[in-house]
Write a protein of this length. Structure first.
Length: 168
């Protein structure tokens, strides 16, 4: 009989068969969810909601992606809290985001990367793409990047995830 894991968003799998997980928070326009789904499809990963996932659940995976939209220069607090609550480990991890200004992603990802590395996780990459951003005063002008993530952005996300899985 198949066990369902708490916090599972996508289809369920047996715990023994699962090797990759994509943990994400997506709020306003499902930008990050679309990127997370593209990555999960590309590598056969489980999709987990950062707001409902137990940190202990993640110890069963070999490759874990952590993703969020960027809110005023920082990933969503639910994702930051999950990373803080993770037990120490040696799993391979990566960070991804969607943002109005993705060229600043290295700056926005650095705190998560540092926390993961301090806990012993092996950081293997990061990905960011444009997302429709209507936070704060941007709402008044219709936001930035209205048609993003685009199909090209989602294809790049899939290729990125595949490259991480192939380099295990």
């Amino acid at each position: 009989m198949e066990q369902r894991r708490p916090g599972l968003v996508g289809r369920s799998r047996t715990i023994a068969a699962a090797r990759s997980a994509i943990v994400f928070v997506s709020r306003h326009h499902a930008n990050t969810q679309r990127v997370a789904e593209a990555m999960a499809r590309a590598i056969g990963a489980d999709l987990l909601n950062a707001e409902t996932t137990d940190p202990q659940t993640l110890t069963k995976y070999d490759l874990i992606g952590f993703g969020s939209g960027i809110y005023f220069g920082s990933p969503h607090r639910a994702l930051r809290r999950l990373v803080l609550d993770l037990p120490p480990g040696t799993k391979r991890v990566f960070v991804f985001s969607t943002a109005g200004l993705p060229f600043l992603s290295r700056l926005w990802h650095c705190r998560l990367k540092r926390k993961l590395c301090r806990k012993g996780y092996l950081f293997v990459g990061e990905f960011s793409c444009r997302g429709w951003d209507t936070v704060g005063p941007l709402r008044l002008i219709g936001g930035l990047n209205r048609h993003h993530p685009s199909d090209d952005d989602l294809n790049r996300a899939s290729l990125f995830a595949r490259s991480l899985q192939e380099n295990q």
